[in-house]
Design a protein around this ligand. Structure first.
Ligand code: GLY
Length: 355
């Protein structure tokens, strides 16, 4: 099974398949024929798939896993390796891994010689449905996530769902939080036709949990159709693209307070989703029936609204440092109607009261 989606910006394809790894590599080698390649790959993925992917040691830079690896030193390491391999502007950097590897390799590709070709091969559900598509690249600095980066679209994205077989259950569900996010924003994405992701996720829960191949390909396709619709309208996040941050304002704070070890990204986003639904319902922005359906969907996929012990002041301090925050106004994407969202601003004082 193979699905191909296209992104208008830079006109690139996303191939979603359950092909053998040998076919994936044949397709990749054909696509990059004549180009020198530098594979930047996550250590976990390298250990499991080195032989299956038939990678040559001299073409590979292995990065340790975890958000703390998305740092300046590893960025420099990628540039130095590209320089040592004498990569030119006609060559290519290929990321194989989750969001950390994709973001940092993309940032290196976007700055090396003012930009060389970049290909994404995401291996986690989270990177398949979100970070590998849309061109956000970054490293973390000053204790802040994604604070230095570029918008730089990949040349192609190869999504192969067979990588998910070795993903831990916890990582899989972290990806599902981003999937659920898309269900809550569908009607705001500006897609020509409805895809009914909310309903699909409600009905196909068992198949998704069993990781049925065709169902997973559909889920990834639906999420990416929504993401592509948004990115095509607003590549640089001047307006509409902000809706992809539903659940992320609180989510990013929790990740930072947990020192990027306590919560996986999706787990923190799920808490952010509970927060915005609770807020929206308490302010009569959504009906009880939509509130209930949404909370039930989150619960169905194993997410529970947890109480965390962080000081409200600390949570708000981090929110204030976010790239999207303004002086004394923190931006939240809030549910506004069934599967629709809108932007609102809350002052730090209001937030302190809420927490
Ligand atoms: N991860 C959100 C975005 O790509 O805009």
């Amino acid at each position: 099974m193979k699905q191909i989606l296209n992104v208008n910006i830079n006109n690139y394809d996303i191939v979603i398949s359950d092909d053998d790894f040998s076919n994936l590599m044949d397709e990749l080698l054909e696509y990059t024929k004549g180009q020198k390649k530098l594979f930047v790959i996550s250590k976990k993925v390298y250990k499991i798939y080195k032989t299956k992917l038939n990678l040559l040691d001299e073409d590979v830079l292995v990065l340790n896993d975890g958000e703390k690896e998305k740092n300046f030193n590893n960025y420099k390491k990628i540039l130095l390796t590209a320089g040592k391999k004498e990569l030119t502007r006609s060559d290519v950097i290929i990321a194989i891994g989750g969001g950390v590897v994709g973001d940092i390799a993309g940032f290196a590709a976007s700055t090396y010689m003012r930009g060389i070709d970049f290909i994404q091969i995401p291996t986690t559900l989270l990177s398949m449905v979100d970070s590998s598509v849309g061109g956000k690249t970054a490293i973390d600095m000053f204790g802040l996530k994604n604070i230095v980066g570029t918008f730089y679209q990949p040349k192609k994205v190869f999504i192969n769902i067979n990588f998910l077989k070795s993903l831990s259950k916890r990582q899989f569900y972290s990806g599902m939080a981003e999937v659920l996010k898309y269900a809550f924003i569908e009607e705001s994405c500006g897609l020509q036709h409805s895809i009914f992701l909310f309903e699909y996720l409600t009905l196909c829960q068992e198949k998704i949990q069993k990781q049925d191949s065709l169902t997973l390909i559909k889920v990834i396709e639906y999420c990416l159709l929504l993401k592509i619709a948004v990115v095509n309208q607003d590549e640089k996040e001047c307006g509409l693209r902000k809706i992809l941050n539903l659940g992320h304002t609180l989510g990013h704070s929790l990740e930072a307070l947990g020192k990027y070890r306590k919560f996986l990204h999706g787990e923190a986003v799920a808490q952010g989703l509970f927060f915005v639904f609770n807020y929206a319902y308490s302010k009569n922005m959504i009906t009880y029936s939509y509130y209930r359906l949404s909370i039930d969907l989150l619960n169905k996929y194993g997410f529970k609204n947890t109480v965390f012990n962080y000081k409200p002041k600390k949570i708000v301090e981090i929110m204030k440092k976010d790239k999207k925050a303004e002086q004394d106004a923190i931006t939240f994407i809030m549910p506004a109607d069934k599967k629709r969202v809108k932007e609102i601003k809350l002052s730090p004082d209001e937030l302190l009261e809420l927490f």
